[in-house]
Design a protein around this ligand. Structure first.
Ligand SMILES: [Zn+2]
Length: 180
């Protein structure tokens, strides 16, 4: 997997596509958390869930169905205030996209196990044909020499494109608003 930091960054960056004027910090935090959340499935490994099962790592929590459900639940919980009326669907879409970005990035990973995009309906594991992102060391081992090398690759392959996308969305919106 890419590191949790990179997943979280992409999740927050996607928010730039959906930003409404002055969204609170929780808007960005929710996107970042949704994008990092699928890897909580490693908890199952500690409890003996077999590697490669649908509930195992890169299984159900990395699926598109999970992204839609998690996005909906978080949107319903965090964006309940009347100020979000008319924007809740966009928030749902944003949070689902952020969650789904996790599986997509993982599928670009030079890892052994693919992503069960269509779980729970089909537990086939998928990779993208292009897998330039090296596997980041798990947990605290991220803070090691190898972890740092991998993180540099992630900065180039993940952070840079995500930041560019966010900057592009911002510029486009700013120029649209200044023309009004
Ligand atoms: Zn993952």
């Amino acid at each position: 997997m890419p590191s949790a930091f990179s997943h979280a960054f992409v999740g927050a960056a996607l928010g730039a596509l959906f930003r409404r004027p002055g969204p609170p910090a929780r808007f960005w935090l929710a996107g970042a958390s949704c994008a990092a959340a699928p890897d909580l499935d490693v908890i199952g490994l500690w409890f003996g869930v077999p590697w490669g099962s649908m509930l195992g790592h890169r299984g159900l929590t990395h699926s598109l169905a999970f992204a839609v459900v998690l996005g909906g639940v978080v949107a319903a919980l965090l964006f309940r205030a009347p100020a979000w009326r008319g924007h809740r669907l966009a928030a749902w879409l944003f949070l689902s996209l952020a969650t789904a970005s996790h599986g997509l990035l993982d599928a670009m990973n030079a890892a052994v196990t693919g992503i069960a995009f269509f779980a729970p309906f089909d537990d086939t594991r998928y990779f993208l044909p292009w897998r330039p992102i090296p596997v980041s060391p798990f947990g605290l081992r991220f803070f090691s020499a190898r972890g740092f090398v991998v993180f540099q690759v992630e900065l180039l392959m993940i952070w840079l494109p995500a930041a560019s996308l966010a900057a592009l969305a911002w510029t486009a919106r700013a120029s649209r608003e200044s023309r009004r």
